[in-house]
Design a binder for this molecule. Structure first.
Ligand code: PNS
Length: 160
């Protein structure tokens, strides 16, 4: 049985912190499905398709990695994909409370899917999509945190 994992998130936008988690997950799983959440209730800068496009461009030809958009419950999506695992990155203690709540709720909804946490690379421990948006909006440097192409898309979106 192939070990399939879903790596879910908003990816609004994708950062090198996400890429680090994807690369390290490749060592652990046969297939990683990067699942870009597109639930209508969430307020995002980029559309679901734009976020999927950015992640695809970003990961290039990484083997055994797929990128898809998903709506609805994460555990239902994971089950539909035959994934037994969910991957989440953990940065600081502040992530813990949210992750803890999500873990217990997901486990209650589907006890057959296990969530695996990867501690962030310390170079990206302070990085989040929200802080990236703020820095780009205020024209600060994001070098080494997101690719130039993502920065350009952010600038364009913010102008429009
Ligand atoms: O990158 P994010 O915003 O931290 O990702 C959060 C995400 C998309 C993983 C989470 O909101 C999610 O799983 N949403 C799908 C709806 C769902 O299953 N909600 C119940 C989780 S307990």
């Amino acid at each position: 049985m192939p070990r399939i994992a879903v790596y879910p998130g908003s990816f609004d936008p994708v950062t090198y912190g996400h890429l680090d988690i994807i690369r390290r997950s490749q060592e652990l799983f046969d297939l990683i499905i990067v699942a870009v959440n597109d639930n209508p209730s969430r307020d995002m800068l980029f559309t679901g398709d734009e976020r999927v496009g950015m992640v695809k461009e970003f990961i290039g030809d990484l083997s055994r990695v797929q990128v898809e958009r998903f709506e609805g419950l994460l555990v239902d999506y994971a089950q539909e994909k035959g994934a037994g695992f969910i991957i989440r990155g953990l940065r600081a203690l502040s992530d813990f409370e949210y992750e803890f709540q999500m873990n217990l709720m997901n486990r209650r909804l589907n006890p057959h899917i296990e969530t695996i946490y990867l501690i962030t690379n310390q170079d990206y421990s302070y990085l989040s999509s929200s802080i990236i948006k703020e820095i780009v909006r205020l024209r600060g440097s994001t070098s080494g945190l997101i690719p130039e192409s993502v920065r350009e898309k952010l600038l364009k979106k913010m102008k429009g």
